[in-house]
Structure formats: structure tokens, C-alpha cells
Design a protein around this ligand. Structure first.
Ligand SMILES: NC(=O)c1ccc[n+]([C@@H]2O[C@H](COP(=O)([O-])OP(=O)(O)OC[C@H]3O[C@@H](n4cnc5c(N)ncnc54)[C@H](OP(=O)(O)O)[C@@H]3O)[C@@H](O)[C@H]2O)c1
Length: 461
């Protein structure tokens, strides 16, 4: 039973104030949308759906007052006044009824110039454009800081997963040591099809294209460019030093075969395309932050949380000194999924504007020192096709030893033309492993180096 309130002369508590969440006269915030394709049209629909609830919760009435597109004539199946569509994107920024800009055009130009113009005009910008943030982040964040307004980009990495805000705000006092992410849904879908359904790479890619997960030209996804841009943004956000897309070493999944998938399975791993960003060192004296950032197919132990992230799902695994391990999981792409992240940013930017403040500045971050791939240590899976004759194994093993690459496990299988050896190494420097491989390729007894993959797990550095 609850204790009854004391009686008598005890001074009574002052009446509790009730703040009304519902604001009788909501503050109108005019939104200018640049782009109305997959993401933009979903932002229109989601905002239409959530507008009243947002007013109730925040007192802000977000209204899309102008939309810049390439073709005004295109039927967009949206419940909007057609007169707010324009093919003059600059007019969206110049419109005095527009308080906040959402850029969902994609690509570098004209998006970059439009975002810079919006910031210079003192209008906060929300963008989903990873290419723009990963390549021109430093310039754009400096412009946002100079104007004292927000530039928010939650949707640029891992679509609908709240990730940038937790990293920029909740983890701001944390010393993050490593971020590993499955940040490309297309490649994760293909690898999952290969692992769980026995599909070959070409069939899995065709299926991804049929379902709309992969573009007709899948290069940006399957060769790791898209994940590389996201890795740069993750590294910048996690370590507080600018990394650009061009800094990121990347390999794709187009050379992964069913044989690799099956070997990985037998050895207790699954293959995932990982974006890995590590803080290698930092010095307080000159505030240099050294990072290693890369994207490549990776053998992930089956009991690692990232191993069970399947289909087109994304996940980001963060390790911090105080917080330990965290994982963020969800859908990384899709109109509504991405619109959800855009809308969160939009409400943040609008509230900041209403309060006359801007969020966490990113403009004066130093440039990160990026460690070249040759100087990064990893454990490796190396699959060789060899000639089946006595002494081959000893010769191959001695080449590993000569380069200081130590072997953790080895499996030999098949006979004659089918003879193969699979090695898992202890962590070794990339340059040493590459020198080993180049000598192995020259050996008469090695018919071919079928596959080389990096491995995470117990023995990584
Ligand atoms: N789709 C996703 O699942 C997803 C997920 C995360 C992040 N993103 C990012 O979100 C952004 C938008 O992607 P999306 O898939 O929505 O692209 P999209 O469907 O191709 O839409 C692009 C929009 O921009 C408009 N546009 C193109 N050039 C323009 C110009 N010069 N001036 C004005 N408008 C122009 C197009 O107009 P028209 O309609 O007239 O052609 C279209 O409405 C990209 O940066 C993308 O990387 C997308």
C-alpha cells in the first residue's frame, strides 16, 4: 500500500506544473524539398501521415511548401498541390516561406552547390546523400558552422537505422575504438542467398536486380564503392576527424564463389561485406587521429553478432572503451525506411531553428591520418589450387614462414587436379601477406591462388 500523505502542519508541496505538450498555435516551419524520387516522395507521404502527431509532440507544424525536381510533368501519385513543384531548384532555396531544406537529389552536383547556397542563406539542411557527405563533408560542415545552422545526415548511412545521432550525441564522451558495419543491403542480400540457399553469385545478383535491391549497373554496390562512402562517414563521425571516400580501401564481392562460401561454412564462418573503421592511434599533442578504414569481404565467425544479419538488413557494431560492444540493426534502404530517418533529422533541425541553436558542430574537425592498407594487420583465409605431389605443402609453408606470416590452421583436400590447400593465418601485415601471395603465384606447384579473404575473430589485431 502506498504511504499516505503526512497531515497536520507539514508544509504542503507546491502544486506540480503541467507543461502542455499540445501547443495551441503550432509554429509553422516551411520545408523545401530538393528531389522527389524514391526517398523524397516517401518523405511527402510520411510527413502527411505524421504531421498532426508531430504537432502534438513538438509544437512544430512542418509543411512542404516547395519541391524541386527535374521533371515537373512526371506523375508522382502524391496528394500535393502541383503548383509547389518546380524545375528551378534554386527557387526552393530562395523561397522566403522555406525555413529548412531537405536534399534528396543524390550525387555531387547540383546537390553540393544547392546545399552550400541553402547553408549560406542560413537555412538548415537535411540530406540523405552519402556520396556528397563522404566526398565534400569538410566543406559542407564548415559552411554549416559558419552559418550557425544544422547539416544533418542520419539517412546517409544505414538508411532507417538511428546511428549518426547516437554516435554524435550519446557516444560523444566515449572513446570509440572500432566500428564494423554491414552497410550495403544489396551485397548482404546476395551473400545471404549464396550462404543460405546455395545460389551462385550471378543468380543471386539477378534475383537482387529482379526484386529491385540491385541497380541494373550494380558496380557501386558489388565493388564496394557505396560501402566505402559510408565507411568514410562512419569513421569521421566515430573518431572526430575527417575521412573522405577516396581514403577508403575497398574490395567488392564479385569474385566470391560458392566454394568460398562452403569453405567458410565448414570452418565456422560466414562471408560478409564489412566496412571496418578503426582508431589506430591518437596524439593529444597535435590532435592527430590515425585511422584505418577499409571495405572488403570478410570471414566473420558464426557466433559474432554480425554473422546473423541476413538478407538486405544492415547492422553496425561499435566497440568503445567504456561502453564495450553495441550493435544497431535494421533496414538500410527503401523509401519509407529512409524517409523515417530524414523526418527525424527534419524535426531536429526545425526544433533547433525554432530555438535559435544548431546541433553538434563538425566544421573544425582535423583531417584524419589514414593508415595505408599495406600497414594494416589482418588474419587471412588463403585458398590455393596445387599440384598433388610430395613436398608441396612444405614448400608453400616455408614461403609463409619466410615472410613472417604465421599459419593458424591448414586443410588439404582433393587429389590430382582437384588438390587444394586452405590456410587461415594469424594476423599479419597486408604487405607481408601480399608478398607471400606473389611468391606463391610464381611457384610451379601452385596452379592458382583461388581466393584470399580477411578474417575477423579471435586472432585479429
Ligand atoms: N533509395 C534509397 O533507398 C536510399 C537510401 C538511403 C539514402 N538514399 C539517398 O537518397 C538520395 C535520393 O535517392 P532516391 O533513391 O530518392 O533517388 P531518385 O529516386 O533517383 O530521386 C532523385 C530525385 O531528384 C530529382 N532530381 C534529379 N536531378 C535534379 C536536379 N538537377 N534538380 C532538381 N531535382 C533533381 C529527380 O527528379 P525527377 O523525379 O523529376 O526525375 C528525383 O525526384 C540519394 O542521395 C541516395 O543515395 C537513398
Amino acid at each position: 500500500m502506498e504511504a499516505s500523505a503526512p497531515r497536520g502542519n507539514t508544509p504542503s508541496k507546491p502544486p506540480r506544473k503541467h507543461y502542455r505538450v499540445v501547443v495551441d498555435s503550432p509554429l509553422k516551419i516551411g520545408v523545401g524539398l530538393l528531389g522527389c524520387g524514391i526517398v523524397g516522395s516517401s518523405v511527402v507521404r510520411l510527413l502527411d501521415d505524421r504531421r498532426d502527431e508531430i504537432i502534438k509532440r513538438t509544437g512544430l507544424d512542418l509543411e512542404i511548401v516547395s519541391i524541386g525536381v527535374r521533371s515537373v510533368a512526371r506523375d508522382r501519385h502524391l496528394d500535393i498541390d502541383p503548383s509547389i513543384l518546380t524545375s528551378d531548384a534554386q527557387s526552393v532555396i530562395d523561397n522566403s516561406a522555406v525555413d529548412v531544406i531537405v536534399e534528396v537529389i543524390g550525387g555531387i552536383e547540383p546537390a553540393r552547390c544547392l546545399v552550400l547556397d541553402a547553408l549560406a542563406a542560413g537555412k538548415p539542411v537535411v540530406t540523405a546523400n552519402k556520396e556528397l557527405v563522404a566526398n565534400h563533408g569538410a566543406e559542407l560542415f564548415a559552411a554549416a558552422d559558419a552559418a550557425g545552422v544544422d547539416l544533418l545526415f542520419e539517412a546517409a548511412v544505414a538508411g532507417g537505422i538511428p546511428l549518426m545521432r547516437p554516435m554524435r550525441k550519446s557516444l560523444i564522451g566515449e572513446s570509440v575504438t572500432r566500428v564494423m558495419g554491414i552497410v550495403n543491403g544489396t551485397t548482404n542480400y546476395i551473400l545471404t542467398k549464396m550462404s543460405l540457399e546455395g545460389a551462385g553469385y550471378a543468380d543471386a545478383l539477378s534475383e537482387a536486380q529482379r526484386l529491385g535491391y540491385a541497380e541494373r549497373d550494380p558496380t557501386a554496390d558489388v565493388e564496394g564503392f557505396d560501402a566505402g562512402a559510408k565507411a568514410a562517414i562512419l569513421a569521421t563521425t566515430a573518431f572526430g576527424a575527417h575521412v573522405v571516400a577516396g581514403d577508403v580501401y575497398h574490395e567488392g564481392i564479385s569474385t566470391i564463389t560458392r566454394v568460398d562460401i562452403d569453405f567458410a561454412d565448414r570452418l565456422g564462418y560466414v562471408i560478409k561485406l564489412l566496412a571496418i573503421a578503426e582508431r589506430v592511434s591518437s596524439s593529444d599533442e597535435n590532435s592527430t587521429v590515425e585511422v584505418a578504414v577499409r571495405v572488403h569481404p570478410t570471414m566473420v565467425p558464426k557466433d559474432h553478432p554480425l554473422a546473423s544479419v541476413n538478407d538486405s538488413f544492415n547492422a553496425v557494431f561499435i566497440e568503445g572503451e567504456a561502453v564495450g560492444e553495441l550493435m544497431f540493426y535494421g533496414r538500410g534502404a527503401g523509401g519509407m525506411v529512409t524517409a523515417s530517418a530524414v523526418l527525424g533529422d527534419l524535426i531536429d533541425a526545425a526544433s533547433h531553428r525554432a530555438a535559435g541553436v544548431a546541433g553538434t558542430p563538425l566544421g573544425d574537425l582535423p583531417r584524419a591520418l589514414v593508415r595505408p592498407i599495406d600497414d594494416i594487420a589482418s588474419a587471412f583465409y588463403i585458398h590455393l589450387e596445387v599440384i598433388d605431389r610430395p613436398g608441396v605443402l612444405a614448400t608453400v609453408a616455408s614461403i609463409f614462414g619466410d615472410h613472417g606470416v604465421s599459419i593458424r590452421s591448414m586443410e588439404q583436400e582433393g587429389l590430382g587436379d582437384q588438390a587444394r590447400i586452405v590456410f587461415i593465418t594469424h594476423a599479419g601485415l597486408e604487405r607481408d601477406v601480399q608478398s607471400t601471395l606473389s611468391m606463391l603465384r610464381d611457384l610451379d606447384s601452385v596452379r592458382s591462388v583461388l581466393s584470399v579473404l580477411r578474417v575477423i575473430g579471435d586472432d585479429e589485431v
